[in-house]
Design a protein. Structure first.
Length: 291
């Protein structure tokens, strides 16, 4: 009886649920760091394995544990791992959105990288750039592979695990929780902003925010994390493959692949991206998601 009362209180109190999630996240992250740190100092392979373990313990484990504590049954379905409410081919539209939006994404990246705080914020700008360069160097070190084995490992560590974990956390837990409290469109943008902020990369905030919005809408439309997970994996996986092709000398510049200054291409990209999302919304007419 006491256990049932505790669960009911958790369901009713947003504050209690938030506090519980933070505790789970903290414990899981500490365990992850304890396991991953020795590996991350043991060469490139250890760095990748440690990164994978850290991502799992930070983004995959907490949402699952949280839902198993706060839900009596169908925990995975409540988290978002359920069949789409609407035609399965809407998932394919989500996949198409990732590719047609590339010119918009790369343009946002260029704009973001060119931003200058200046003035009183010059020291903050210097710190942000140093952090960005450190993160970029670590990422490029992990992406510096030219073998099929290295490519497959990167697809697992850099593409698949973050796609699963971040969707469980930011769409499965955060967006669903926010949707219960506010307009679903506002919830999508707010969860996308938090998703982007948590990466602590100011000069990548805008393109990541844009990605978060696309992922949020596809989750809202299909009511299933499988759609946003696929999109997230395609986004990350495309970058992994492009760096592999660049390392093999097949393409010249993986980082700026797809970048264009052609206004008509940008316009077409923005129009197709927004058009596919609007079409999917009209086709699905999704209900407010449950938490």
């Amino acid at each position: 009886m006491k256990e049932n009362l505790f669960i009911e209180n958790l369901k009713q109190s947003t504050g209690m649920r938030f506090f519980l999630y933070l505790i789970i996240l903290l414990i899981s992250s500490i365990i992850g760091i304890a396991i991953a740190f020795p590996l991350m100092t043991a060469g490139d392979m250890g760095l990748k394995i440690g990164q994978g373990i850290s991502s799992i313990m930070m983004f995959v484990v907490p949402p699952i544990v949280y839902y198993f504590i706060t839900r009596k049954e169908q925990q995975m379905q409540a988290l978002g791992l359920r069949r789409p409410d609407h035609p399965w081919w809407l998932i394919l539209i989500g996949a198409a959105v990732i590719f047609v939006s590339v010119p918009v994404t790369t343009t946002l990246t260029t704009w973001n990288e060119s931003m200058s705080l200046g003035g009183a914020l010059s020291q903050l700008e210097k710190l942000l750039k140093e952090l960005e360069e450190t993160a970029q160097a670590a990422t490029e070190k992990m992406l510096n592979v030219n073998t099929i084995g290295g490519l497959l490992l990167n697809l697992l560590i850099i593409a698949l695990i973050p796609a699963v974990g971040e969707e469980l956390t930011f769409r499965g837990v955060l967006q669903q929780s926010l949707t219960r409290k506010m307009n679903p469109h506002l919830a999508i943008f707010l969860s996308a902003a938090i998703f982007s902020f948590i990466h602590f990369q100011f000069y990548g905030f805008l393109p990541r925010l844009f990605l978060g919005v696309l992922l949020g809408y596809m989750f809202y439309i299909t009511n299933s994390l499988w759609a946003s997970m696929l999109m997230h994996f395609l986004n990350n996986g495309t970058a992994v493959v492009l760096y592999y092709l660049s390392n093999k000398g097949i393409i010249e510049d993986a980082e700026h692949f797809g970048e264009t200054q052609n206004v008509w291409i940008l316009f077409a990209s923005a129009l197709l991206t927004s058009g596919l999302i609007v079409f999917s919304l009209a086709k699905a007419q999704p209900n407010v998601q449950r938490d």
